[in-house]
Design a protein around this ligand. Structure first.
Ligand SMILES: [Fe+2]
Length: 188
């Protein structure tokens, strides 16, 4: 990062965004905030690197940034939240955070091709959006996807994403992640 907001300002902008929009639903039973915190919790409790924990926490930030309503998928709109989110996060974070975010939808498309039973186990909202996102990858797409440097991180993030939709679980608050996010933003 060269110009742009300071790490603290940038991270506090993220906290403010979740404070303002984190109560939104997006077709899942849990709110955006619950989903972000649960996804990060799973990454952290499995000992993942800070960058992947941050990616898990922030992977759906594109939903909070965009103006499409929360029922976009019901209206047949693919809002490209993963690209919006990754591009916005690139103001402050490096590719070890932004790439898994950008690729977490492609990871779903990949797993839908490669992993038997994956498609059936997706939440209804996630299965509905998959259709709008291009459906399962074909074999050539999957091979190209496997060659990306962030392939492994994107798949891991996707697994935490699927698990981060449980109702009524208690996990660490967003503020717990603030020092880690600032440290990552300092690295840029
Ligand atoms: Fe998600």
């Amino acid at each position: 990062m060269t110009a742009g907001p300071s790490p603290e300002t940038f991270v506090d902008t993220i906290l403010a965004l979740f404070a303002r929009r984190g109560g939104d639903h997006y077709g899942e039973a849990v709110t955006q905030l619950d989903h972000a915190l649960q996804t990060a919790h799973h990454a952290r409790s499995e000992g993942q690197a800070d960058a992947l924990v941050a990616a898990a926490l922030l992977h759906d930030i594109g939903h909070l940034l965009q103006k499409h309503g929360e029922d976009a998928a019901d209206r047949g709109v693919d809002a490209l939240h993963e690209r919006i989110g990754a591009a916005w996060l690139a103001q402050g974070f490096g590719t070890e955070v932004t790439e898994p975010v950008r690729l977490h939808v492609d990871a779903k498309r990949y797993l839908a091709l490669r992993e038997p039973g994956y498609l059936e186990a997706l939440s209804p909202a996630s299965r509905q959006s998959l259709g709008l996102q291009g459906g399962p990858m074909d074999a050539a797409e999957a091979e190209a996807f496997e060659r990306l440097p962030a392939f492994d991180a994107a798949i891991r993030l996707r697994r935490y994403d699927e698990r981060g939709k449980a109702e009524g679980v208690s996990v660490a608050p967003f503020s717990d992640y603030r020092p880690m996010l600032i440290e990552l933003a300092r690295r840029g």
